[in-house]
Design a protein around this ligand. Sequence first.
Ligand SMILES: Nc1ncnc2c1ncn2[C@@H]1O[C@H](COP(=O)(O)OP(=O)(O)OP(=O)(O)O)[C@@H](O)[C@H]1O
Length: 515
Amino acid sequence: MVEKQKRKSIPVLPWMRSPVDVSLFEECPLEILPSLDPRLKAALQNMGISSLFPVQLAVWQEAIGPGSFERDLCINSPTGSGKTLAYALPIVQMLSSRTVKCLRALVVLPTRDLALQVKEVFAAIAPAVGLSVGLAVGQSSIADEIAGLIKRPKLEAGICYDPEDFSVQLQSSVDILVATPGRLMDHINFTKGFTLQHLCYLVIDETDRLLRESYQSWLPTVLQLTHVDDENIIFPSYTSLPCSAGFLKTIRRFGIERGFKGACYPRFSKMVLSATLTQDPGKLAQLDLHRPLFLTTGKRRYKLPEKLESYMTICESKLKPLYLVALLQSLGGEKCIVFTSSVESTHRLCTLLNFFDDLQLKIKEYSGLQRQSLRSKTLNAFRGGEIQVLVSSDAMTRGMDVEGVRNVINYDMPAFIKTYIHRAGRTARAGQSGRCFTLLSKDGVRRFKKLLQKADNDSCPEHSLPSSSIELLQPTYVSALEKLKEKVESERSRKSTIMSSRVGKRKDTNSNEKS
Ligand SMILES: Nc1ncnc2c1ncn2[C@@H]1O[C@H](COP(=O)(O)OP(=O)(O)OP(=O)(O)O)[C@@H](O)[C@H]1O
């Protein structure tokens, strides 16, 4: 009760009370988009893009032209509304006139798959204006990653590059870096020549998710490294920071920017984005925003995509797997993501579904329990259409953009509206239609309806399935459950064998060391 009152009483920051309403914007054909570099126009057309979405136009107006990036931008826009290009396009256009290559834009995302996806968007437009994009996500070895990010000096024949030699000037190979916080911190702390000193743009995508986790204080570190210290502009002392190499200094020029006397120029600009942007002043304060401008869609805090239809499928808890199978059958092989509440239930459910021989669908799991390489392989197969159903934990909830996902199924009801928004948002993207089904017991209906009201959704009809189809599945279900039990047993014993052999090995090593 006290907690509830506390939550309600959090004040909204004054700048959030007078936002730019993105719903008042319309799509803008590239032909009439002011100031667009023709090379970027051609690159966009190659991507099949002929007009900018409303949020992209709204950001473009703030970012390009006379008032360019005067204020930091806080963007709250529904899933699938095109937030990636909303920041990628103006950044690339603004950097297109740069003469010296150095790291000027940093985009931080919470997961590796998301970072890869965003890198692809930059990679589709940046080369058109001579810019390079790098990735720091730990996909390859740190040495390979460094080789892609830092240019090695050209030395005379016979002389070897000595990485310990500080007199050697190292340069960035990339203008734009897309990173996850962990790998970003590795480069900040240990990669020689890696510097944020020239950074002009910082994008924090999925901000509310990134603010929840501190990952070795990545945010304060980045903000500190990019902070302009007018007392000591050439060699600020960041003695509290772990980097010892002395590369970390901000040398962006000082100047008088319109309306911001004393601010550096070009101003270091931030863009923070989410479909569920936090309004918590305490959390927003961590971002150290400069005269922030809030862009949001409509009056409500949360908004679902226009063409998303939400449905409830009510069933007894113990029959849920049967209803899921019947629902998947009725969807006739359309691409679908099934969300569960944990990595364990993802694994169990996926295994069970694969024992339903009549289900003529390729079904795979995607969860944080799996190795990254396996996850990426599964995702590619899903993208390519070789897999029709992905059973996923919340690892897939945010940001992932897979074309042609027509349906999302909440096998387990999400506990929070934010989770519902991000899960449902894997469909009905880019103005397409999509459906989100939630399997519920009768007891859960009231709670679920209340949850949806937070997203201004009063329409959630029941989607019922014929009882005959459920009955028909009963015999297969019984045998599938048996097989599942056996599989779980065999996995458990395999795991314990591996564990005990590891313990045995450790004991051997210890006794060898002692002897
Ligand atoms: N102007 C455009 N015209 C056509 N398609 C577009 C345009 N802009 C973006 N898209 C497509 O829309 C889809 C959604 O874009 P994006 O992933 O950026 O959405 P998002 O708002 O970041 O969603 P989420 O909140 O789920 O991360 C992508 O497939 C992208 O290629």
